[in-house]
Write a protein that binds this ligand. Structure first.
Ligand code: NAD
Length: 469
């Protein structure tokens, strides 16, 4: 807590120096299950292609309906006498713009995107949201259609960099099959403060089936077993807290040396602790056996979050076999082995059909990092694993996704020397480091029972760090 306040207010010296350098100062972000304070504006563009009805349906499913909550922008769909799109005017601040651009298919159609965004960006309130919904470029029929749908990515990433006061911009690509129900969990996550530290990111929601829609949207994991590895401290403890808040029965896992801290986490959250080195060859069997023993032989795991991770940084020229192997073992090999065991449907305490697997990658796995060839290999490996496993598990309704955190305030990043740390935490569109809760909220969205249409995706939780794509 103190750390985060320190980031926001800065110590006087840091603040003075960063101001002198013209570095933007951080805004306190809207977090949690909180919608933006102004109207959620839906603008549906009528381009040359097929429009998906999923965006409007999803907002209706979320109960964001009615003239006050959704202000349709007819102007965004009409053209003036000279044939140009007439931009709507806003009287006050708005909370979010949801722009359905699924029908954008020609270069000329992109003018509609500009015309809708321009006034909306001016009117966007603090911690406001720009959410663009497009059609996945690879699913379009004409090269021009693919080009302009890809163009939405460039627009989203640029807008994310232009927004101030905690505003974020993200892009969700859908398919013609995507239903409103399948898209709802993604729009809910993006609109709420749960996505506070996710900006400039594109990802895909291509499936038609949402999975299981929870009776109580504030307790989506009620009655469900969720396993979190590396949960004794840092991001893992934050992940466990969010799942407990949302009703999960938790199994928290960490090495025996962290046993005391792990027990505290479990006790505070009403879960159970399993002291286990995840690199042990029978780690998967031990997790399953623990679940069966504590929750009954018929119990299954709803979600496993592979959060445990280590760094052993050195330039590659100084990296010995040990540093190389240990990082790959903990961060990648263990995850692969545990998944194999838990996916065996004959094992008591294994992963449920319709279960969720979430990996924790890193922006280092996307951009690479000096002194981290072993770590970047392992984290890029997690991304590869997620993409390869997702289609293999689609038939059983199991999704596999990952988050890629950027600079998150934990004991791990506390050890970084002051100047490097200050640079890393500010070198992103939100000008601040993220909190463990930001990573946790994104993981909980991916693991939600009604996020069944989201699979094979990697979402960066990095405040749109300038490092990487
Ligand atoms: P941390 O070091 O504070 O916590 C990691 C936890 O994993 C520890 O409790 C540790 O005991 C446990 N662990 C390590 N090896 C284990 C093993 N063999 N078996 C079981 N548990 C084991 O790290 P963190 O900052 O909380 O990071 C959590 C995850 O997020 C890691 O995968 C890390 O690579 C990733 N990540 C962190 C950041 C960041 O900025 N902190 C950025 C990108 C990615």
């Amino acid at each position: 807590m103190t750390k985060v306040l320190d980031v926001l207010t800065g110590n006087p010296l840091t603040k003075a120096v960063t101001k002198q350098l013209g570095v933007p100062q951080a805004t306190e972000l809207r977090r949690g299950r909180v919608l933006p304070s102004g109207d959620v504006v839906l603008a549906v563009l009528e381009g040359a292609g097929e429009s998906s009805g999923a965006t409007r349906e999803a907002l209706t499913t979320l109960g964001i309906t009615g003239a006050e909550a959704i202000r349709d922008e007819p102007a965004a769909r009409t053209t003036g006498e000279d044939g140009r799109v007439v931009p709507p005017a806003y009287e006050g601040k708005i909370g979010a713009l949801v722009l359905d651009a699924t029908s954008v298919a020609t270069i000329g159609d992109l003018e509609g995107v500009r015309a809708v965004l321009r006034p909306a960006l001016r009117a966007l309130g603090s911690s406001g949201r720009v959410i663009i919904v497009g059609t996945a470029p690879e699913l379009t029929e004409q090269p021009e259609g693919a080009a302009v749908q890809q163009a939405l990515e460039g627009i989203t990433r640029s807008v994310g960099k232009e927004l101030r006061k905690g505003g974020t911009a993200n892009l969700v690509y859908v398919s013609p099959a995507t239903t409103g129900a399948a898209l709802a969990s993604s729009l809910s996550f993006l609109l709420e403060g749960r996505s506070a530290y996710v900006s400039g990111q594109p990802w895909r929601v291509l499936g038609a089936q949402p999975g299981e829609v929870p009776a109580d949207p504030t307790a989506p994991f009620a009655g469900k077993v969720v396993v979190v590895t590396g949960a004794a401290r840092g991001i893992g403890a934050g992940i466990a807290e969010v799942f407990a808040r949302d009703g999960a029965s938790l199994v928290v896992v960490d090495i025996p040396a962290a046993g005391e801290a792990l027990t505290k986490v479990a006790n505070n959250l009403g879960g159970t602790a399993l002291q286990l080195d995840i690199t042990s060859p029978d780690a998967g069997q031990k997790i399953a056996a623990h679940v069966a023993a504590r929750h009954g032989n018929d119990a299954k795991i709803h979600a496993i979050v592979h959060n445990a991770g280590i760094t052993r940084d050195k330039l590659l020229v100084n990296t010995d076999e040990d540093r190389w192997g240990s990082v790959l073992e903990v961060n990648l090999a263990a995850e692969l082995r545990i998944n194999e065991v838990l996916l065996d449907s004959s094992i008591d305490g294994g992963l449920a059909e319709g279960g969720r697997i979430v990996g924790v990658a890193s922006t280092s796995g996307i951009a690479g990092n000096r002194g981290q060839s072993n770590y970047a290999a392992s984290k890029a490996g997690v991304i590869g694993l997620v993409r390869a496993e997702a289609p293999l598990l689609a038939d059983r309704g199991t999704t596999v996704n990952a988050v890629a955190p950027g600079f998150i305030e934990t004991e791990m990043t506390d050890k970084i020397p002051f100047a490097t740390r200050e640079f890393a935490r500010r070198f992103n569109s939100l000008s601040q480091g993220g909190k463990p809760v930001d990573v946790a909220e994104t993981i909980a969205y991916l693991a939600a029972p009604d996020s069944g249409a989201v699979t094979g995706q990697v979402i960066r939780v990095c405040g749109q760090s300038q490092i990487g794509a």
